[in-house]
Every structure is written in structure tokens, then in C-alpha cells.
Design a protein around this ligand. Structure first.
Ligand code: SAH
Length: 418
């Protein structure tokens, strides 16, 4: 089952081994009072010692949730084609960096690099390098073994990239903890199920005005956590709620905003594009914070550090954060994006080439997972940041006749500039 839907999963697993994360949080809460949901999420997911991603990793069939690249190789292949198509539309620059945020098991980049290798004659003379932004030591090891066949080394002499290696197809790969450490340069960015893992603040409208939802110890059960409301406004209620807000419950992910601003300024300065794919909404949903363990929904406050915590991405917020620096396209539903990218044709080719019934059934099953509106087809979205000149010709009033039509952006059929 994907993260969105609850369903049958692996064996039930022992709760939080030794409860170390809960004890750590309880000490903190006793010492300094309730914490924001964002701080709780950051601790539970990426605390360097006990965080969920740091220790468990979670992605994949044997983990807690499964993602599109883990379901079908076709997903990554079509994304690889998207980058090549944008590279061509932007005049085939002679070098680019592929930068992936939160690469999980490395499957998506592996599928993209396979496409780059198959289309080597198209990409010939282009110098490609891969840059992975990953905080989890455990997942970076899994990525290294997937992408380099185990030939990656720690990189202590370089303060920014903590590990480096060479892909099975000969492309250099570097690992970083932060997008700021990735060297500047013409880059294609990719964030698949990354933004939903970043910490959110939660707010509630009350008779006395906006209050922030906080996490505290339950006084009646000291080994349990509960939600409380801030007694007054907090810095976050003042900074993150828009005056025109009409909802009563709001989630905001400032870290996602900061990262999108960084991506947008890098694209504006050095060129390239960013493709973001995630479940989300356009500023309409209210309460989407949830946990997953063993492919089942899990109470977000129970056994922190043992479950994946996630919230829908607010694409309207990302669009606002990019504004001015880049144009944006989408969000567009996954099934529409993949259809525009030619998934049906790719499926037909794979079905024709596969000899056995089991493989054909598997292909049809994974297609259904990705495309069915009841499964991942409708709730996952694609969203892109592109330089303004990619969608609208720079104003050349003196020579309007020199303007040739701009090639459409693959995948997005509505080319509405927002
Ligand atoms: N893109 C992958 C994995 C999604 S899970 C897929 O679709 O299969 C989220 C990924 O983001 C994991 O690799 C996790 O370790 C990483 N991650 C979470 N928070 C992060 C942060 N603050 N900085 C960098 N990586 C982060």
C-alpha cells in the first residue's frame, strides 16, 4: 500500500524497541514545556541518534510505506525523459547536475540514469553529475549500494559532500546533508515524496484568535503524549497565517518554503528546472498530519521514531514562495502527468516484450497503482519550477518576428503561467 491508503502490510513489529525517543522527548517536555508539531516531527524523523529516517529508513515493500519509483521502473524512466526533454528545450547546455532531495533507496535516480545511458547518443558531449541531498546515514548507504554497486567512499577532505562515488554507468555522484552544500551550476532538481516529510506547524482558529497546536506529556499517563493548544499567540501564528485565511485548521511547512525559495533562486541564477511530485492540495485541506507503520495508518503521537510522519504538501504555498524568481506549472494529477509523458505506450512495449504471465500481471498491477484515481493517480501531483523565459519569450519589442514558438513543457498539458 502507498502511504496514502491503509492496507495489508508486513508483520506487526515490536513497538519502539527501547522507547528511547519517547524518553528523550518526555525529558525535553518536562524541562521546557510543550513543543511545536514541527519540532516534534523534526525530532521523530531526523534526530541524529533516534530519528525514524536516521535509524529505520522505512521506504520499500519491507518497510513502512511504498512509493511510486519502488512500484514501477516506468515511473523513473518517464521522469528521466522529462529531464532530457527540458534539457533539449533549453538549448542542450553542455553540462548539468541532477540534484535529488531525499532519494530514499536511490531507485528513482537509478531508473533515471538508466534512461540517460540508453539515450547516451542524445546526451553525448553533455557532462552530467548527480548530487543527492540525504540526511539519513542508513539511507545514504542503501543509495550508494543501489547506484554505485558499493563503490562509494566517505569524503572527509571535502566539507560539503560527505560521500562520493561513481554510478554503474560512469557518472560521478556526491552526497550532501543540505541543498546549500550542492555546488552552484545549471541543475535539474527532483523532489519525490520529500516535501511531505518536512516538519509542519499546525494552527487552530479559536474565539480568542489563532492558536498553535503543541505536543505535551499527558498528565494522566506520563508515558503518553497529547496535543494541547498554545495559551496565546506564538511567533509562528504571527508569521505563518495569512490575514485572508478562511480555514479553521491550517498546516504550514516553513522549511518547504525556504527550500523552494532556494531552488527558485538557484534556477533563476544558474538555470535549470525543478520537478516536485508529492501528495498534496492547493491550499484547501486542513488536517493531513498522519503516521504510517508497516503500511498501516499509525497514531502520530504513539511510539515516536518508529513510524513515518507525513503531511500533505500545500502547493499554493510552494507557488507563493517561488513567485518572482521562477514560473511554476501545476500541480497536475499524477495520472495526467504520466499519461502526457506516454505511460500507455511504454506499458504496451513492456507487455509485448515480456514473455511470462507473472511479469505481465505485475506490469498491469503497478500501472493500476500509479494511475488509478482511487490509488495514487489522483492524490499525487506534479509541480515544476522553470525559468520565466522557458514559458514566455523575454520581451523583444524591437524584433517580434524573431520569436519562434516555445516548445511545450512535457507532462503538463495546461501551460498556464501562474
Ligand atoms: N524519494 C524517495 C524517498 C521518500 S522518503 C522515494 O520516493 O522513494 C523521504 C526521503 O527524504 C528519505 O530519503 C529521507 O531520509 C529524506 N529526508 C527527510 N528529511 C530530510 C531533510 N530534512 N533533508 C534531507 N533529506 C531528508
Amino acid at each position: 500500500a502507498a502511504r496514502l491508503c491503509s492496507g495489508a502490510g508486513g508483520e506487526a513489529e515490536a513497538a519502539d524497541g527501547d522507547g528511547a525517543m519517547l524518553r528523550h522527548l518526555a525529558r525535553k517536555l518536562r524541562a521546557s514545556g510543550p513543543i511545536t508539531v514541527a519540532e516534534y516531527m523534526r525530532e521523530a524523523l531526523t534526530n541524529p541518534g533516534q530519528g525514524y529516517y536516521t535509524r529505520r529508513g522505512g521506504v520499500g515493500e519491507s518497510g513502512d510505506f511504498i512509493t511510486s519509483p519502488e512500484i514501477s521502473q516506468v515511473f523513473g524512466e518517464l521522469i528521466g525523459i522529462w529531464y532530457i526533454s527540458e534539457w533539449m528545450a533549453m538549448g542542450k547546455p553542455n553540462t548539468f547536475q541532477l540534484v535529488e532531495l531525499g532519494p530514499g533507496r536511490g531507485t528513482l535516480t537509478d531508473d533515471i540514469l538508466r534512461v540517460f545511458n540508453q539515450l547516451a547518443s542524445v546526451l553525448s558531449k553533455c557532462d552530467v553529475s548527480v548530487h543527492l541531498v540525504e540526511v539519513s546515514p542508513k539511507l545514504s548507504e542503501i543509495q550508494a549500494s543501489m547506484l554505485t554497486g558499493g563503490k562509494a567512499q566517505p569524503n572527509p577532505e571535502d566539507k560539503s559532500a560527505y560521500m562520493k562515488g561513481v554510478s554503474k554507468t560512469g557518472i560521478p555522484i556526491f552526497w550532501y546533508r543540505d541543498i546549500q552544500d550542492v555546488p552552484p551550476g545549471y541543475s535539474f532538481y527532483l523532489a519525490h515524496e520529500f516535501f511531505d516529510a518536512l516538519p509542519i506547524h499546525k494552527f487552530q482558529r479559536t474565539e480568542k484568535g489563532w492558536r498553535e497546536v503543541l505536543v505535551d506529556i499527558d498528565p494522566e499517563a506520563p508515558d503518553q503524549l497529547r496535543f494541547v493548544l498554545s495559551p496565546s499567540r506564538t511567533p509562528a501564528t504571527q508569521n505563518f497565517i495569512q490575514p485572508e485565511e478562511t480555514r479553521d485548521h491550517v498546516e504550514v511547512c516553513p522549511e518547504a518554503g525556504v527550500i523552494v525559495q532556494r531552488l527558485a533562486s538557484r534556477i533563476e541564477k544558474d538555470g535549470g528546472a525543478a520537478l516536485v511530485a508529492d501528495y498534496g492540495h492547493d491550499g484547501t485541506k486542513t488536517d493531513t498530519f498522519r503516521g504510517f507503520r508497516n503500511h498501516k495508518l499509525h497514531d502520530v503521537l504513539s511510539a515516536p521514531g518508529t513510524a513515518d510522519l507525513t503531511a500533505d504538501v500545500d502547493f499554493s504555498y510552494l507557488r507563493k514562495m517561488a513567485q518572482g524568481r521562477t514560473a511554476t506549472l501545476g500541480p497536475i494529477k499524477q495520472r495526467e502527468f504520466l499519461k502526457n509523458m506516454g505511460i500507455d505506450l511504454r506499458l504496451q512495449v513492456l507487455l509485448q516484450n515480456s514473455g511470462d504471465t507473472a511479469t505481465r500481471e505485475q506490469l498491469l498491477h503497478s500501472y493500476d497503482m500509479l494511475m488509478n484515481p482511487e490509488k495514487m493517480g489522483d492524490c499525487f501531483n506534479f509541480f515544476a519550477l522553470l525559468p520565466h523565459h522557458r514559458l514566455v519569450h523575454p520581451d523583444k519589442k524591437d524584433k517580434p518576428e524573431s520569436k519562434s514558438p516555445l516548445p511545450p513543457v512535457a507532462g503538463f498539458n495546461e501551460l498556464l503561467l501562474k
